[in-house]
Design a protein around this ligand. Structure first.
Ligand SMILES: [Zn+2]
Length: 422
């Protein structure tokens, strides 16, 4: 074992044989029945009725379980302090880094082997880039991270946190994410990429959590979004756009973005545009389930900014309409949760929320496996097949019959390393 705050298994594990009672490969329309998997050198080396058992191979009995590819959450905020959002406005970068340790470990133990962190507006420097690298180097245990360090935003937009921070603090931070007009946008996008961004994230509407913006209105013009996307794409970096209101979703799609984050008030027309262009929506439905079902819970709102409550109440009907329209659409959905806006380890609850909202268990499960891997340009992930990276999880029961089984993951392997045993 390496010495670190959280112990991680050795770098080069022995081959592992997994006799599995049932398996779903991340693509098929149903589980395929019993299968054996041989994992070697961090990859799936063999899969079939019977696989070879190399000398020294560890055999782990999963005959009472279904195995699936490791889950992928495409929308998390790891540096938001668990259960106390307000602290994200005042905590130091070091604290933001430390906040992430525990939730990263918990999410991995729940079967999430990859997450895309889409930044915050109060993120100092490039803390999620450091977290990503620390995980890749085995210093801490967590899902593999793919990161967009900051939320690029207009003045007064979703990323403008000046109402929540002291003027001094805000003056020190704003240069990393506030950009108006083509020149500033180009500079900030290039800073992000230089700082180690895997994705560029921007906010095309206001948000619920930010003090001065409105989620229904656009905060970037078409020209601003066009230059933002072009600047990122010129360097091969994809762009994800936070957008609730319909007009902003359409502008983002016209600008050529790679994913729409939230889209919770998109019209049928905008959803159809997304489907036509093959662009994923990341609908983050559990976070609304969480807020909408807690509307009367005073203790819940005491920990959150008052403006968020007002906005949720106002936009609840529009959100509910889009939930229905999304279920009836043919849009590609990628799993994403906004974890951090609620305790990170509850992110699996997006699965039952999607199903409750009319999305089939298959579409929900695809969203967190092969569809998410496609969005993240990681064809080695999200599927169980020979040659793929060995991100394998197992759970008792069948999530196609009872989606809540996704919350009972008790075997976790990431890149051939075992983190949790039943
Ligand atoms: Zn978010």
């Amino acid at each position: 074992m390496k010495k670190s705050l959280i112990l991680v298994p050795d770098a080069d594990p022995m081959p592992v044989v997994l006799p599995c009672g049932n398996a779903w490969d991340g693509r098929a329309d149903k589980p395929q029945g019993p299968v054996e998997i041989l994992v070697k050198d961090r990859k799936i080396a063999e899969m079939g009725k019977k696989v070879t058992r190399p000398d020294g191979a560890k055999v782990i009995d999963l005959s009472q379980r279904i195995v699936t590819p490791g889950f992928i959450d495409c929308h998390v905020h790891m540096t938001i302090p668990p259960s106390n959002f307000s602290r994200m406005f005042t905590d130091s970068q070091a604290r933001g880094f430390l906040h992430a340790f525990e939730p990263l470990g918990k999410m991995l133990m729940n079967g999430f082997t990859t997450v895309r962190d889409v930044g915050t507006s109060a993120t100092w420097n490039y803390v999620t880039v450091d977290l990503r690298d620390a995980i890749n180097q085995g210093m801490i245990a967590g899902p593999r991270m793919i990161v967009a360090p900051h939320i690029i935003s207009s003045t007064g937009g979703h990323g403008d946190m000046s109402g929540t921070l002291s003027p001094e603090l805000w003056a020190a931070m704003k240069s990393s994410n506030i950009a108006d007009g083509p020149d500033e946008i180009q500079r900030v996008v290039r800073d992000e990429i230089k700082g180690g961004a895997d994705w560029v994230k921007c906010a095309a509407t206001g948000g619920f959590f930010s003090p001065t913006s409105d989620p229904g209105f656009s905060t970037y013009t078409q020209e601003e979004l066009n230059i933002l996307v072009k600047t990122a794409h010129d360097q091969g970096v994809p762009v994800c756009v936070h957008a609730y209101g319909d007009e902003a979703v359409k502008r983002a799609l016209n600008a050529g973005v790679d994913s729409i984050e939230h889209g919770n008030m998109a019209s049928v027309e905008a959803l159809e545009m997304m489907a036509e262009k093959g662009i994923c929506i990341i609908p983050t439905q559990y976070t609304f389930e969480d807020t909408l079902t807690n509307l009367d819970n005073a203790a819940y709102w005491a920990a959150r900014p008052p403006w968020e409550f007002r906005k949720i109440v106002f936009y609840a009907p529009a959100i509910k309409t889009t939930i229905k329209n999304l279920a009836g659409s043919r849009v590609k959905i990628a799993f994403g949760t906004d974890a951090g806006m609620f305790p990170h380890e509850d992110n699996w609850k997006e699965f039952p929320t999607m199903v409750k909202n009319g999305i089939s268990p298959l579409r929900a499960l695809l969203s967190a496996t092969s569809t998410a891997a496609g969005l993240l340009r990681r064809p080695d992930l999200g599927t169980l097949a020979v040659g793929k990276t060995a991100d394998i999880i197992a759970m008792p029961g069948d999530p196609f019959l009872d989606i809540n089984v996704t919350g009972r993951v008790d075997f976790v392997m990431k890149e051939g390393k075992i983190y949790r045993l039943p």
